[in-house]
Design a protein around this ligand. Structure first.
Ligand code: SF4
Length: 304
């Protein structure tokens, strides 16, 4: 196989995987329904370009009818290349809206030099995007967060926030007026980077504001990438774990009535396995057996 054929083969595999994963996430969480108008938030980074690209492809094949409108917030950062996104969006033929709001000046005025500006900046951006969604009549707001963002957020909240809280694939916004969806929830960041390169998206650098990436988030991301390198598949497993929560084996008294539970006298699979260590396979190992007089006796876990 020539190098060109190999590259085409790899790109086809990647394309199939990405479209399958996005289709599955949309279906699993009922993210898009017939008649929806989906506002796709486009920053000019690889993730949001890939999100729009994949949704445009799925729109052509979907058994339901939905509209897409791409929205970019031009925050008036110095050096922002204003023409890049409109030129791209016209070339792919998607309706779009560029919202111009000088949040850059507001943030610079309010946050002292050297302090991180991201939290105010993103709060302002969120409010503007919610308003724009209402003005455009959008029924869903699609964001380009992916698997790695979701797992990183979970760890960040565990390490620094004392909560087991990730980033939901679908949730009503904090103003109660919009439904926010994350169709890339199952997609690995490295696949998005490869797709962006393959498709040649005109990426706009994300450091125009001069702010540094949140250092704690960057540290956790690096840690997760290190784990993934040592043991490929770990990030997928962590994501899967977020969809298989066992409240009785955690400690949230709001999710499980620890105070009032009583033994029923009957065995059940989800019960405590006392001193045995859970091997992480999800299924406890079979109970040990003894052979006595030709009969196999399964030992009582309470007595071994
Ligand atoms: S990196 Fe810059 S543009 Fe992005 S949220 Fe932070 S301050 Fe805002």
């Amino acid at each position: 196989m020539s190098r060109k054929d190999r590259d085409t083969h790899e790109a086809n595999k990647l394309s199939k995987r990405l479209h399958r994963q996005v289709g599955e996430a949309i279906g699993d969480f009922k993210m898009i329904e017939d008649g929806d108008k989906v506002m796709v938030c486009l920053s000019g980074g690889k993730d949001s370009y890939a999100l729009l690209d994949i949704l445009l492809n799925l729109q052509k094949r979907a058994p339901i009818a939905f509209e897409l409108v791409a929205v970019n917030l031009d925050q008036k950062q110095p050096g922002f290349p204003e023409e890049v996104l409109p030129t791209y969006l016209k070339s792919v033929g998607v309706p779009f809206h560029i919202e111009e709001q000088d949040t850059y000046s507001i943030v610079k005025k309010l946050i002292p030099e050297g302090k991180t500006t991201c939290s105010l900046c993103s709060r302002l951006r969120r409010g503007i995007l919610y308003r724009v969604a209402g003005e455009l009549g959008a029924t869903k707001i699609a964001l380009g967060h992916h698997r790695d963002d979701i797992v990183t957020t979970l760890m960040l909240n565990m390490f620094h926030g004392g909560t087991m809280k990730g980033m939901p694939p679908k949730l009503v916004s904090d103003d109660g007026k919009n439904t926010v969806i994350r169709p890339l929830a199952y997609v690995a960041e490295e696949d998005l980077a490869a797709w962006a390169e393959h498709r040649g998206f005109p990426i706009i650098p994300c450091n125009l504001c001069g702010s540094q990436e949140n250092l704690q988030r960057a540290a956790i991301k690096a840690m997760l990438q290190g784990w993934e390198k040592q043991q490929p598949g770990r990030l997928d497993n962590m994501l899967r774990a977020m969809a298989h929560v066992v409240p009785s084996h955690l400690m949230d008294r709001k999710l499980f009535p620890f105070e009032t539970i009583q033994p029923t006298g009957s065995a059940f699979a989800g019960g405590d396995i006392a001193f045995d260590e859970d091997e992480g396979c999800g299924t406890p190992p079979p109970l040990p057996t003894l052979e006595e007089g030709g009969k196999v006796i399964r030992l009582n876990p309470a007595t071994v």
